[in-house]
Design a protein around this ligand. Structure first.
Ligand SMILES: [Zn+2]
Length: 259
């Protein structure tokens, strides 16, 4: 699928100063664990990259003892800012509440946001940022906040009038099968064990663009490590599988059909 700008430039790969990118995520750590290399890729070539994060990830678990008086949400918001600064971007944090992976939702949960209000909120930021390229998680890991952010961004871009290249950051099924197989031994209690391997992630054929980001590996690792309170989905994996996940970006171009 074509990824070119009006002047024939491949905006995804041949990034230039003046380009504006928006990476929309649901939780702190999504940006580093999933899109870290992509953010570093665009920022290192001069693009202004904004990470728009819906929640503070309040319902996650902490792998560390938090400083006295600091909530998990505050800790994670600080980690988000640190990680994105390392990657070369800036953060806009929305005030929604983490909905959690499943079960009853708390007050103010992102997934329970009113559609019209959320569209207005996202459009406000999109119209200020005026992105040329937008990236969002595909949500194929099954987290409802990830799916909701994807749907909300697509909804907002349908009524935004500028031309935008929209990509989903994809988890290819072939990688997710290998991840499940290794996690079965490493963390058999994870919620992901209930997922059918056949439908986990996305069919590999749906990947439209693969970017080799191995030259940005150190930066990606540093940004992931900035999420001190979080365990990465790659901890304990074999070197080969870990590298397959974090040294390449797997993307799918999403057409924006205006009604
Ligand atoms: Zn997340």
């Amino acid at each position: 699928m074509l990824t070119v700008s009006d002047d024939g430039r491949d905006r995804l790969r041949a990034v230039q100063p003046g380009d504006r990118w928006l990476v929309a995520v649901a939780h702190p750590d999504d940006e580093a664990f999933v899109c870290g290399s992509l953010i570093a890729h665009a920022a290192s070539m001069g693009a202004a990259v904004t990470v728009l994060c819906a929640t503070r990830g309040e319902l996650g678990e902490s792998a560390i003892e938090l400083p006295v008086g600091v909530t998990l949400g505050e800790q994670r918001a600080a980690e988000l800012r640190d990680a994105v600064a390392l990657l070369g971007g800036t953060v806009r944090l929305l005030g929604h509440h983490d909905s959690g992976f499943d079960g009853e939702m708390p007050d103010g949960a992102f997934c329970a946001a009113d559609a019209d209000m959320l569209r207005g909120e996202l459009l406000h930021h999109i119209e200020q940022i005026r992105p040329h390229v937008v990236c969002v998680l595909d949500g194929s890991d099954g987290h409802r906040d990830h799916l909701f952010m994807r749907a909300a961004i697509i909804d907002a871009l349908h009524v935004h009038t500028d031309d935008v290249l929209l990509y989903e950051s994809i988890l290819p099924n072939s990688l997710m099968r290998r991840w499940l197989a290794e996690m079965r031994d490493l963390r058999p209690d994870t919620v992901y064990m209930s997922i059918d391997p056949d439908t986990f992630g996305r069919p590999d054929l749906e990947v439209t663009d693969v970017l080799d980001q191995s030259h940005l590996l150190a930066l990606r690792e540093a940004a992931m490590a900035a999420h001190r309170s979080q365990t990465t989905p790659f901890d304990g994996l074999s070197d080969d599988l870990r590298r397959s996940f974090i040294s390449s970006d797997y993307l799918a171009r999403v057409p924006i059909i205006r009604t």
